[in-house]
Design a protein around this ligand. Structure first.
Ligand code: AMP
Ligand code: MG
Length: 417
C-alpha cells in the first residue's frame, strides 16, 4: 500500500477508478448542470427568416440617399406588419411598411429605420432626414445558427443559455450522463443526530450533512446512511449494504485511534488499500480502495478535513463520472495577493480557508478566516476559497502573490474599506 501521497498522486489513483456513468434521457430543464452526451444540431435556421431588429419602417434604402436635414424624403405608409405575421405587400419605390421588432421583412424592402429617427406625425407618410444604409436593422436568416450546425456539442455542461438553445432547436428532451449516486456513511460512537442534545462526550453529526450538501452541489445524488458505531462488524455490514452506489464515502475512523476500523474494513473488502494518507493539512488520514468496482473513499472525521478531501478528491471523481470534460475536474485556481502574513508551513500542503476579495484597485486579495484547526467548521463556513500554501513554504509576507482555489460557485467578494 502506498502512503503519504501528494494530492496529485492520490487524485490520479482515484480518477483512474472513476468511470463515466451510462447516459439517460431527461427533459431540457432537468438537463441543467448536466453533460450533453451527443452532439445536438439545429433543425432549422435561427432566425428562420429575415426580420426586423427594431420597431420602425421597412423601406428601400435607395429611396433615402437624398434625405437631408433641410430636405426630408417622404415615403408612403402602405401596410403594417406585427411580429408573427407577414405583409402581403411587395414594397415598391417610394413606399414603406410600418414594422414591429421580430416581424418578417416585406418583399422588396432592404432596410429598416427605427421609429425614433422618423417624423411620423402623419399616419399616411413618414419623413426622413438621414439616409438609411442598405441592410440596416435587419436580422438575417440563420445569423444566429445555421440549419444542421451543432448548437450543443457532446461534453457541454448545460447552462441556462444551452437550455434556451435546446428549446430553440425544438429539443424538449436531451441525452445526458447520469448523476452519480454517492453514499454518505458517518462513523463514530460519539455522533448524535441534529434532533438530539449531545451529552456525555457526544457531538452532533455534521459531516453527513455537509458531505450530502457537497454531493448535491456537485450535481450528484446523495444517499444519507444512518450513522455507524465504531465496531468493525457494524462498519463492514453498513458498507456492504451501500456498495450499489457509484461512490461510497465514509467519514471518521481512518486514523490511528484504537477504534478506527474503517481503513481495515475497506482493505479487507477491497482486497487491498490503494493508498492511505495524503500530504495535506487538514485531511491527512484518507484511505481509498475499490470494492467490487465501487470506489470507496474513507474520509477523515474532522469537519473541515472531510470538506477539503471532498473538494480535492471526490468532486473530481464525481465530475468525471458525470461525463464532464477533464479540464473541469479540478478546483479553479488563480493568484491573489496575501492580505496578511502567513506562517511557514510544514511538510504537508496547507489548505488555509480564506476569503478572496476584489480590492478597490481591481486586484484580488486573500485573507485567512481566523483559527484554522481541522475541527473549526466555522473557518470553512466563513470562507470562499482555499489559500494553497505549498509544503515546506517559508513564511509568506503580506502582499506576496499566493495561489487560491475558489469554493465552487463562490466568487470573490467586493472590498469594502
Ligand atoms: P476520527 O477520525 O473518527 O477520530 O474523528 C476525528 C474527529 O472528527 C473527532 O473529533 C470526531 O468526533 C469528529 N467527527 C467524526 N465524525 C464526525 C461527524 N460525522 N460530524 C462531526 N464531527 C465528526
Ligand atoms: Mg471516530
Amino acid at each position: 500500500m502506498k502512503q503519504n501521497l501528494t494530492v496529485e498522486e492520490a487524485r490520479q489513483i482515484m480518477l483512474a477508478a472513476a468511470r463515466p456513468l451510462p447516459v439517460e434521457r431527461v427533459d431540457l430543464l432537468s438537463a441543467l448542470g448536466r453533460v450533453c452526451a451527443a452532439d445536438i444540431a439545429a433543425d432549422m435556421d435561427i432566425p428562420p427568416l429575415d426580420n426586423s431588429a427594431m420597431d420602425g419602417y421597412a423601406l428601400q434604402a435607395a429611396d433615402t440617399v437624398a434625405a437631408a436635414a433641410d430636405g426630408p424624403v417622404r415615403l408612403r405608409v402602405v401596410d403594417e406588419v406585427p411580429a408573427g405575421a407577414r405583409s402581403e405587400h411587395v414594397l415598391a419605390a417610394g413606399e414603406t411598411v410600418r414594422i414591429m421588432t421580430g416581424a418578417p421583412i416585406p418583399d422588396g424592402a432592404d432596410a429598416v429605420v427605427r421609429r425614433e429617427w422618423v417624423d411620423e406625425r402623419d399616419p399616411r407618410e413618414i419623413a426622413l432626414r438621414k439616409p438609411v444604409p442598405p441592410g440596416s436593422e435587419i436580422r438575417r436568416t440563420g445569423e444566429d445558427v445555421r440549419r444542421g450546425a451543432v448548437v450543443v456539442p457532446a461534453g457541454t455542461i448545460i447552462n441556462p443559455a444551452t437550455v434556451g438553445m435546446l428549446a430553440s432547436v425544438g429539443r424538449p428532451f436531451v441525452t445526458v450522463a447520469a448523476r452519480p449516486r454517492i453514499a454518505v456513511l458517518a462513523t463514530g460512537d460519539e455522533l448524535v443526530d441534529f434532533g438530539e442534545v449531545p451529552e456525555n462526550g457526544c457531538i452532533r453529526n455534521s459531516n453527513s450533512y455537509s458531505l450530502a450538501a457537497l454531493v448535491y452541489d456537485a450535481g450528484g445524488i446523495p444517499l444519507l446512511c444512518p450513522r455507524v458505531g465504531d465496531r468493525a462488524a457494524d462498519v463492514r455490514a453498513a458498507l456492504e449494504r451501500v456498495l450499489g452506489a457509484d461512490i461510497v464515502m465514509t467519514s471518521g475512523g481512518v486514523s490511528y485511534g484504537d477504534y478506527d476500523f474503517v481503513r481495515e474494513v475497506i482493505r479487507e473488502l477491497a482486497g487491498e488499500l490503494l493508498f492511505w494518507k495524503v500530504a495535506t493539512k487538514p485531511g491527512r488520514p484518507l484511505a481509498f480502495g475499490v470494492i467490487g468496482g465501487t470506489p470507496v473513499v474513507g474520509l477523515p472525521g474532522n469537519p473541515v478535513s472531510v470538506m477539503v478531501s471532498f473538494e480535492q478528491f471526490v468532486r473530481p471523481m464525481l465530475r468525471k463520472m458525470a461525463g464532464m470534460p477533464a479540464e473541469t475536474w479540478l478546483p479553479v485556481r488563480c493568484r491573489a495577493l496575501a492580505g496578511e502574513d502567513l506562517p511557514a508551513n510544514g511538510n504537508r500542503r496547507h489548505y488555509v480557508r480564506g476569503v478572496v476579495r476584489v480590492r478597490e484597485d481591481g486586484r484580488l486579495e486573500a485573507v485567512a478566516t481566523g483559527v484554522q484547526g481541522s475541527g473549526i467548521l466555522s473557518s470553512m463556513a466563513a470562507g470562499n476559497c482555499f489559500i494553497v500554501v505549498p509544503a515546506d513554504s517559508p513564511p509568506i509576507d503580506r502582499g506576496t502573490p499566493v495561489t487560491v482555489e475558489f469554493f465552487p460557485g463562490r466568487t470573490p467578494e467586493p472590498f469594502y474599506c
